[in-house]
Ligand binder design. Structure first.
Ligand code: ZN
Length: 424
């Protein structure tokens, strides 16, 4: 068959497998795969890849082996029973194309508060061609798309002209250490595609991201003597306000060229706060955590130093905090940004697969958050993201648009065929 006929045939098989792909995605969505609870879904996917005759490897990341990578994020938890997974489809022919990694993360963020959802976030529901559920968009949809793209190629009887891997990783949402663990173990290739939900666009750059933790001490007391006590929550409010000023400060500076047209590319988000346990007690401790975005040409260590100085300077303006400075520490994301030229061959091949599938030119974007493509960059592997369209990621009523998911599955299949080539 010619390449055009091959693609048409594979696309028809994706149509035929569509109900099965939906059921697969629903099953993925039924696993509450938040941090620490990834093993069940990884085992389910491993069985599925074995059924597709892929050779699977499954292991828990070892943070000691990963600590020297620039993309390493410092964890505050164990990796026991938290496997990463790879399934390999080895080419039986001599290499005529380029080898490829398809990668997705199965970790999801918390769905709390769940009462804000219209349905159980871990019982995916289809309404009007949209599937709702936590992680359904980000990015179990992509995991389903890449697996069904490969399944359709196999069903069509195609043998690839280069090796292909399906990687299913953990911790995209907090450190990126899952992606690093597979690359460190030698699971590399000539190119990588992460099937994140990009609305059928390619990512040509992304911001850096770090997490900061600030711990304050007050001086507790019964509320009747509160004027003598120092309220740690009130003191935290001062420092949180200073981070708002930091956010305005960094966005008022000249922008990186990838973000020149973005009105407000850098976000600073306070995402966690803990302090106090009784309305009539003056809290003696308060801790808050924030996520800080920065440009691709900045070093995470420099930004950490800048953020720390900003917070400590703000503390100087308060007589209590001046004497009792907050403890500023960093864990989780310490993720450099990434900027690539979109005329690389990977982008060209993806753009042509997108055009064959949709009849339209592919757009590329600079992303205002982070993804695992930075890990591939550290290993010198060209990488981008491309996947379906959805909304409400990290929020209640997250969903994926199912028509776009079918299109993404087809584009990914066409991309694999063009990148890896058919065996001779
Ligand atoms: Zn994601």
């Amino acid at each position: 068959m010619s390449e055009v006929e091959n693609i048409k045939n594979v696309h028809k098989i994706i149509d035929d497998l569509w109900e099965e792909e939906l059921l697969f995605l629903k099953t993925l969505g039924s696993y509450k795969s938040v941090l620490g609870k990834e093993k069940g879904i990884q085992t389910f996917i491993e069985n599925h890849l074995n059924d597709m005759d892929l050779i699977t490897t499954f292991f828990d990341p070892d943070p000691k082996k990963l600590a020297s990578y620039k993309n390493f994020g410092k964890p505050e938890w164990s990796y026991e029973n938290r496997p990463v997974l790879v399934g390999e489809w080895k080419s039986r022919s001599e290499k005529v194309g380029k080898s490829l990694i398809l990668q997705g993360h199965i970790d999801v963020v918390s769905a709390e508060p769940e009462y804000l959802w219209n349905q159980d976030p871990f019982q995916p529901t289809i309404v009007n061609d949209k599937m709702y559920g936590r992680g359904i968009c980000d990015m179990k949809s992509g995991v389903a798309a890449m697996i069904y793209a490969v399944k359709a190629l196999k069903k069509a009887g195609i043998e690839l002209g280069a090796d292909l891997q399906i990687q299913s990783v953990i911790e995209e949402e907090c450190t990126g250490n899952g992606a690093l663990a597979l690359l460190d173990a030698g699971f590399t290739a000539d190119g990588a595609l992460i099937t994140e939900p990009t609305e059928l666009r390619a990512i040509k750059g992304q911001l850096g991201v770090l997490w900061v933790k600030v711990k304050l001490n007050g001086s507790g007391a019964h509320v009747e003597r509160a004027e003598k006590a120092q309220n740690a929550i009130n003191k935290a409010a001062l420092l949180i306000q200073s981070l708002e000023e930091y956010r305005e400060h960094i966005n008022s500076k000249p922008k990186h060229y990838d973000y020149a047209h973005h009105p407000h590319p850098l976000n600073v988000n306070v995402g966690v706060i803990q302090g106090g346990d009784w309305a009539s007690n003056v809290p003696s401790e308060c801790t808050f955590e924030a996520r800080v975005g920065f440009y691709p040409d900045q070093d995470p260590a420099d930004v950490q130093a800048e953020v720390k100085k900003w917070i400590l300077d703000a503390a100087e303006s308060d007589s209590w905090l001046k004497e009792t400075p907050p403890e500023v520490s960093f864990y989780g994301f310490s993720a450099p940004g990434f900027s690539s030229s979109s005329d690389q061959e990977l982008f060209k091949t993806l753009a042509s697969a997108h055009k064959v599938t949709t009849g339209k030119e592919m757009e590329s974007i600079a992303f205002t958050a982070t993804t695992d493509i930075r890990a591939f960059e550290e290993f010198g592997i060209p990488a981008t993201c491309y996947g379906a369209a959805g909304a409400n990621m990290h929020a209640p009523n997250e969903y994926i648009d199912l028509n776009s998911l079918k299109t993404a599955t087809k584009s990914i299949a066409a991309f694999i065929l063009d990148w890896c080539k058919e065996a001779q």
